[in-house]
Design a protein. Structure first.
Length: 328
């Protein structure tokens, strides 16, 4: 309850003139946003190159977002995660999880993860309402929940996407207290991901850094799970076209050849981009395939581009979530 009141007071302070009379009320909460650039990055002389990932190179491209817009986007993701866990626990019994290899303690901890996602929904909903805005509502979803393994695999994807979303939005937040409130959530999301990794016998902390993603990149990864949303709760974001790979590409390893299902699609494809540890590494596409570069670990997000940059104007297809195999 204290957290809900805290965020509500933060947003009320930036949305209400009477809260702090010495500050004039802006028409919109200004948000720092990277300038869009249609210029391609200089080509590298080596077979692969890297650049920093995140909003500065991903280009949100959704207009001037306010802090409330960003919190609405966060609420959209928290609705998705909370509903995912709720549906999973409604379908599977504790014995199902234990049969899949989880201990009784791990099942309890996984339920706690779901409970914290619901708390995030409550907190963000109350905060947005306190600002005078109408919070986005829960959508209708389509989660792969045929088996417990499906649920655990999807949970790992959703938690990774959630972390990337908060990190990507952070530089765009104008109000420092709102940034702090978001940080209080993303640290918990990171704990969720660490727990899920250890419960599936993966290395708990595979990297020193996580990767930020722009709202469009995040929505591209979340969109396959969303069937429809209530009127007024649809995000005005267009996902990138999907990447079609032969044999998928969820689990990858250095030196592996990733083959496009159709060598001619997407048209103009020149590079595979691999976003990992806050950097984008590029591998040239030759005859419809590219080679996974070395030194990737943990969660990796893949795109297909026309040049060695992850600016929106260069991304032809993506984003695909992949993992580099690392047993604990």
């Amino acid at each position: 309850m204290q957290q809900i009141l805290k965020v509500a007071l933060i947003l009320a302070s930036v949305a209400s003139v009477s809260a702090h009379p010495r500050f004039s009320r802006p028409e919109k909460i200004a948000v720092r946003q990277a300038a869009s650039s249609s210029a391609s990055a200089p080509a590298a002389s080596s077979t692969s190159s890297t650049q920093s990932a995140g909003p500065s190179s991903g280009n949100v491209g959704q207009g001037n977002l306010t802090d409330i817009d960003i919190l609405q986007f966060a609420l959209t993701l928290e609705h998705l995660e909370a509903t995912f866990y709720s549906q999973g626990f409604a379908k599977f019994q504790q014995s199902d999880f234990e049969a899949a290899g989880l201990t009784a303690t791990q099942v309890t901890e996984l339920m706690t993860v779901g409970g914290t996602e619901s708390t995030h929904v409550t907190q963000l909903t109350a905060a947005i309402s306190a600002s005078g805005a109408t919070p986005v509502q829960q959508c209708t979803y389509n989660f792969p929940l045929d088996t417990v393994t499906d649920m655990i695999t999807t949970a790992r994807v959703l938690e990774a996407v959630g972390i990337a979303a908060y990190l990507g939005a952070a530089p765009q937040v104008k109000t420092a207290p709102v940034l702090a409130a978001a940080a209080e959530i993303v640290t918990v999301e990171a704990r969720h991901q660490t727990f899920i990794r250890t419960a599936t016998n993966a290395i708990a902390v595979p990297n020193a850094f996580d990767s930020p993603l722009s709202p469009r990149a995040v929505f591209t990864l979340a969109a396959p799970f969303i069937t429809s949303c209530p009127s007024g709760s649809n995000l005005a974001i267009q996902p990138f076209p999907a990447i079609a790979l032969q044999g998928g590409g969820v689990g990858i390893s250095a030196g592996q050849s990733l083959v496009l299902a159709n060598p001619g699609q997407p048209a103009g494809a020149q590079f595979c981009g691999f976003i990992n540890q806050g950097q984008a590494t590029f591998a040239p596409i030759s005859s419809g395939s590219c080679q996974v570069p070395p030194n990737l670990s943990g969660e990796v997000f893949m795109v297909v581009t026309s040049s060695e940059t992850i600016a929106d104007t260069a991304i032809l297809a993506g984003y695909v979530y992949s993992t580099v195999s690392q047993a604990a």
